[in-house]
Design a protein around this ligand. Structure first.
Ligand code: G3P
Length: 226
């Protein structure tokens, strides 16, 4: 499973991109609005940080198929590189996805809550579908189970559409979608640190440091190799 950053916070994207192996960034209108800043410089800066080869998923805000297609063309033109327009699933969105498929513009169908929505989105030509794991868990549904169903359906019918699992509130959900076979997951910045943190790891590092210093003091390896 590859990891993407689910954020429009420039400082957070800079930090995560510097330290973690990320495949791209996803945003949505809520995440962008939270930044309370000019839209175009924001998305251009995100592209600058992650580079042309990383996937950048930005959501259209138009409500009609024609409007969504127009948003997608303009967004692709603005950010270049590996770009996917996010489109919430509904009839207009499906129509837009089919049109964009013929134009070679990448599509991520989002706000997915059922496996049937995912299958239909994939048939319409979506490159990714984004099921919302935590929002499903919040209503006593099975977020990870829904992701697993989608992965199975795509395998069963040999469909070339990837799962971009989204909406996480804890590392257990991320670990479980990885085991379900989801190809990608988009994660809020704060969850990256949690995913790599373990008290036994900190303990091991402290032990290595203590033992080393007991013999070599402040000399690091670099200073002992001349
Ligand atoms: O892009 C979709 C994702 O950001 C939704 O996450 O945390 O708002 O449920 P959340």
């Amino acid at each position: 499973m590859k990891y993407l950053i689910d954020s429009a916070d420039i400082k957070a994207i800079e930090h995560i991109s510097e330290f973690y192996p990320i495949a791209g960034v996803t945003t949505n209108p809520s995440l962008v609005a939270k930044e309370k800043t000019e839209f175009l410089p924001l998305i251009k800066r995100i592209r600058e940080i992650i580079g042309e080869d990383a996937d950048l998923h930005i959501q259209a805000t138009a409500k009609t198929a024609e409007g969504i297609v127009n948003d997608a063309r303009l967004l692709k033109n603005a950010v270049g590189g590996s770009f996917f327009v996010k489109i919430p699933i509904n009839e207009e969105g499906l129509k837009a996805a089919s049109i964009l498929k013929t134009e070679g513009i990448g599509v991520t169908m989002t706000a997915i809550f059922t496996s049937q929505q995912a299958l239909i989105a994939a048939r319409a030509g979506a490159d990714f579908v984004a099921p919302y794991v935590n929002r499903l868990d919040n209503i006593n549904a099975d977020g990870v189970g829904t992701v697993a169903e989608i992965v199975s359906l795509f395998e069963m019918y040999d469909i070339d559409c990837k799962v971009l699992a989204a909406s996480f509130k804890n590392v257990k959900q991320i670990a479980d979608v990885a085991l379900s076979g989801a190809q990608t997951a988009t994660i809020a910045p704060e969850l990256f640190k949690l995913a790599i943190t373990h008290p036994m790891t900190d303990n091991a590092i402290d032990g290595f440091d203590r033992d080393w210093r007991s013999v070599y003091g402040d000399n690091d390896i670099g200073s002992l190799l001349f």
